[in-house]
Each structure stands twice: as C-alpha cells, then as structure tokens.
Design a protein around this ligand. Sequence first.
Ligand code: BGC
Length: 751
Amino acid sequence: MKLVRLFGAAVLLAAVACGQRPSQNTSEAVPAYLDPSKTVEERVEDALARMTTREKVAMTHAQSKFSSPGVPRLGIPEVWCTDGPHGIRTEVLWDEWEQAGWTSDSCTAFPALTALAASWDPSLAELYGISIGEEARYRKKDVLLGPGVNIYRSPLNGRNFEYMGEDPFLSSRMVVPYVQGVQRNNVAACVKHYALNNQETNRFTTDVAIDDRSLYEIYLPAFKAAVQEGGAWAIMGSYNLYKGQWNCHNQYLLNDILKGEWGFDGVVISDWGGVHDTDQAITNGLDMEFGSWTDGLTMGKTNAYDSYFLADPYLERIADGRAGTEELDAKARRILRLIFRTSMNPEHKTGKFTSPEHYAAARKIGAEGIVLLKNDGGLLPVKGAKRILVTGENAVKMMTVGGGSSSLKAQHEISPLDGIREAFPDAEVIYERGYIGDASGAYNGVTTGQDLSDSRSYEQLIADAVAAARTADIVIYIGGLNKSPHQDAESNDRLEYGLPYGQDAVIEALAAANPKLVVVNISGNAVAMPWIDRVPAVVQDWYLGSEAGHSLADVLSGAVNPSGKLPFTFPVALGDGPLRSEVQYPGVPAGKTMAGMPIMHEEYSEGLYVGYRWFDSQKIAPLFPFGHGLSYTTFAYGEPKVSKTSVTASGTVTVSVPVTNSGSVAGAEVVQFYVSDPEASVDRPVKELKGFSKVWLEPGETKTVSVELDRSALSFFDAAKHEWVAEPGRFDVLVGSSSSDIRGTVSFDLK
Ligand code: BGC
C-alpha cells in the first residue's frame, strides 16, 4: 500500500516539477539564500529558484497543528506558530489539541489586551511586545498569533478581552509598538482577525454587509497601522465572510486592500479551519493554510494534511493545468521572506522565558491598565483598615486557564486575594466566597488544579459574606465575568449584559451591610451595574495574567496611583447601544453555501456609530464613557492652544494644553484630543479621538501636553472617490479627560 502511494506521489512530483529541478552548481561556495550578507529579497529569489513545485506547495499548508514544513533538502526550517496574544501557548501533540505533556512550557501570562489598551500608553505596548516576543523566541516560535485588533462593536462579543477596544485611533496607536516589539525578536506578529470578526456567535458563517466608509474609518485602521507603521510580517484572515467570500480567501480584503492598497509584503495565514475552497485559496490572497479539518483525519490517511485545500488538490490543479504557478511563486516568496526575517535571520536571538523582567512588565502593564471608575469620598486607596473582607469568586479563581485559544499554562498566577494579603501585612484579611460562579478550571487538558467546590447554598453564601462584611472595616468584592463559555470566551458570545451567577443581589446585600464597599469587576467587557448608586467605589480590573493579584493590590493600596482609562463605553443597558435589530446582531439566516452550510447575513447598519460615536450622536448618557478613569489625585486643565489658526492640507497644527496635578499625590493623566468637523458636507460623528498623551505629574506640577494633527486627523473616507478627504473649513479640537469630560475647545481653519 505504502509503496504504491509513494510511487504515485513520485509520478505526480515528476509531472508538476518538470523543468523546475534545481541546477547542481558545485562551484557555488555559499548559495545566496544562505549568505547573510545578501538582502532578504536576494535570498528569497535564490531559494525560490532552487525549489520544486511540490516543495513550494508543501510550504503553503500545515504539517501539524501549529507548524508548516520548510524545505528540508535546502536546509530551510519549518515555520512554527503559537498563540497568542497574552502568552506563549503550551505545546500540544503533533496532530491533536491535547497536551504534549511538556514540563518546560509554563509561560509568563501577560495582561489581556483590553488591559493594555486601557493603559493608553504606547510605551507599555512596546514593552509588552518585546517581552512576549522574547518568550516566543525562547520557545523557538517564528509566528506569534496576535495581537488582535477587532473593534469592540457589542459588549456581548466573547472575545473582546483579546482586542483593544472600540476606537480605531486608540487601537492603532497601541498595536504598532506591540508589533514592533515582538518583531524585534525575529518573531513575526500575526495581526488578527482580519477583518469584521466582531462576534463569536456564528463566527464561521456570518456574512457582513457594511458600507465602505465605515469599513475604512472604523474597522480597518488598526490593521492598516499594524501593516504600514508596525511593519507586521503576518496577518490572520478571519472566519467570517465579507461580500459573500470567506475572509481567509477574500479578493476584496486580501488582494485589493491588504496587498494592493496597503502594500503588505508579509504572509496571510488562515485562521485555524478558516479555508473552504481550493480555487479561492489559490487566487484570493491566502498564503498559508492551517487547522483545516479534513476527511483524512477521520478516515485514517497516512498524512491528513495532504488533503488540505492547498495540498494535493493544489498540486492536482497545477498538474492538469487548472492552476498556474504564478500565485504559487507569490505565496512561496512571502513564506520565504517570513523565514528569512525570523528563523533564518542572521541576527541570532535567543529570547528569554519567565524572566523577572517579564513578570515586572506584566505587573506594571496590569496596574497601569486598571481603571478607577468611581471613588466617592476617597474610599480608595485602602487606608488604616485593620480588618479587610475580600469576597467574591474572582478573588481566588485562576483566570489564565480558559477562554479559548488564548488560554495559558502559567508558571504562576497571583490571585487578587494573595496580592491583597501581601499588600496589607498588618491587616487581618478574611475571605468569603459570596457566590459560586464556575468552579471548573480546565482548557485543552490544562487544569488550574484549584478545588473551588463549595456545598453551601446561594442564600447561605450571601448570608456568610454579609455577616463577615458587618465585622470588617472595608469590604472588597471581586467578581465579574470569567473565561467560561458564554462569559469572556472564544466560540460563543455572552447571553446577557448583566453580571452572571446572581452577583447583583450579592453586591446589594453587601452594600446594605457595610457602606465601605469596593466593587472590583474583572472582565473583558462592559457589564450592567444596577447597584451603582449604592456602591461608593468601583474598579474595572481585567484578566491580568501571572501578576494579576499584585497589579490589583498595587492600585488598591495606593502603591500605584491608577491612571487607566476605559478603551470602550459602558452603557447603562445593552439596549442603549447601537445594535437594535436582529439583522445587526446576531444576524439572520440567508441561505446556504454550495456545501450546504447555512450562512447568516448581518448588516453593520449603525455605520460609523460604534461606541462613543453612537452615544454622542444620540445624546444618551452612558454609565461610564469611553476614556473615563479616575486617579487618587486631581488634574486641572488650562486653556488649550493651537500653534496656528489656519493650516494648509499639507501642513500640521500643534494643539497643546497645560495640565496641573492639583491634588496631593503624584499621578498620571491621559489627556485626550477629539476632533470635530462642524462644517462637514457629510454626516460625521460629533467628535473622534485623534490624539492622546499620558503625562506623569508630581503634586503641584504643571506640564504642557501637546499633539500634532495632520490631514489624516481631519479626513473622512469618501467612498465614491475611494479616497480620504479633508474638507476646508473650521475644525474644533475638544480636549478632555474622557470623551464626556471635555475641559476646553480650540479651533482652526483648514485652507
Ligand atoms: C482562533 C485564533 C487562534 C487559532 C489557533 C482559532 O480558533 O480564532 O485566534 O490563533 O485558533 O489556535
């Protein structure tokens, strides 16, 4: 059987390789592709010229769950990918999702990307990228599957915690240094999921309808910035469809926009199992196919990967003339470029794994991302408390395990309770569970090892927490969502906007028992807070990884003065937001594919009006606005100024504002600059973020914060002309501490 199969393969190989065998040049000392003094492009062309068709096709698809073959005959290594985006995933078996059982793959878990975005600090995004890139390099990974920059369109999206919020400008500024930091380690960042993948419900079958202007203004900018400014070496196509084509082989998104308009020279990698059609995979911009489920896997073929859309079916098409080799060369060129940029980069990097620096980075990013939502009467930081009640399941639940492909096996994870105990050595810190959420803790064979079982009834748990609250000087409730299905997790969306597991009643009971109540919400999404008027202090925490408890305790104790700002809007109720019909979310049935798969049709008819753009336009007050976040100090804003009152289209204008720390502790403020175009000939959002700067101030200190605005900050996308247009006339710049807390406005004219 085996011989016959091999013979058959050899015949096919001879047929497709005809005329492409490498020449035997014995006089060549070092082939150009191995010569580090040659440019990447010279090396690519030389290697390409030596490769057979079969070798090129082999490169375009996986050989295992996370790797693709190189060219063994030429000594060109395999490509190894890893999730991403919060730490380096454990090793799984060659062909299965089950654990490989390594004992040396427990990583540093970094904070979720929502936390990074909430820091509004691009230098921390660079630190994050460098650190995780070092971990990837140490583990010999060439491609990190992350970061994710899908726009936060609905608080129900289960994967929002892996993304950078609702605003295209904020996510663009944060993604660029992350990508650059990762790639400094000769590891490719694979920016995902391109594009319009804004929900998990029906993620494989949703065909998104959106107007060009909203696509270009809201959903594409972060990807474009990652590619053009960050120089990303890889991008991942998303599972969903756009204009009737799956996004892993989508002519419009991949060929026309990404490779055409943006000049992307890296590889397009499919999401795992996102490829559906060989002909489209050949022509519509895909370079590498991963994770396809094939009949081979169930029918026990020797190598199921030969059945991938870009494997034998591709070779057959080339052999019988249905496909040429032009697209194949283009794909191989990009893959070779990836290899010469990463594993065959002459600059030899070794990386670092679970180093003290990485833990310090995780702790700092985590603390800087925490957002103080409310702090009546200066309840925080915790001062002079002798008896502290910590309550709520998320105070003890390990959160690095779960949530889907970003799940990690962390070398350690400091729980909030442990962090608080360490930060208050002189206080008696007691713990009460308060509620039972999800006591399980496993993903793909990684288990937390925690036993969170509890036999008490719901009522008893509340009664016990309330009794303890009555005896405490301060109560710190730590709840929110978790990484279980239908919470913050891949594959499915949340089912409700409210807190799960009856937590609202627990919080109400605690508030009645002790007025000194701090609620810490751990989530990657906005949640309803019906008790907000009865709780004096509220902290938005995130999934902060290995150092979670330290970061939180740093803020609660005042060791770190909070400076995070929300990267998305918190609506009072879900219905206040822009998605108000089924066709907008979660989509409506719209027939079947040829393969019989049901397709869902979804219209992004809210257009540009996502997040604060919607709340501004409808004059609906959110619970907490985009950009909101308090500090333990206060900041006074002076008069904003412009460097000139009239500017030409090719010029720039500098907007500056003096900011003073008017309180008594040092702290940082994120100064936000929103542009408004009141004279526009088209409908434009009331204002849009076009600049921000985080400034550190000692008590009493004043610094002038400035940003430079150019034409791109003033433009809208004219779909008819297919270009960015800045119309002459007056522009206002609203300077503030959040999207709702505007402290001053200046204007200038565009000539
Ligand atoms: C996810 C990707 C991930 C890939 C590999 C997919 O299901 O959507 O984000 O990188 O799996 O684990």
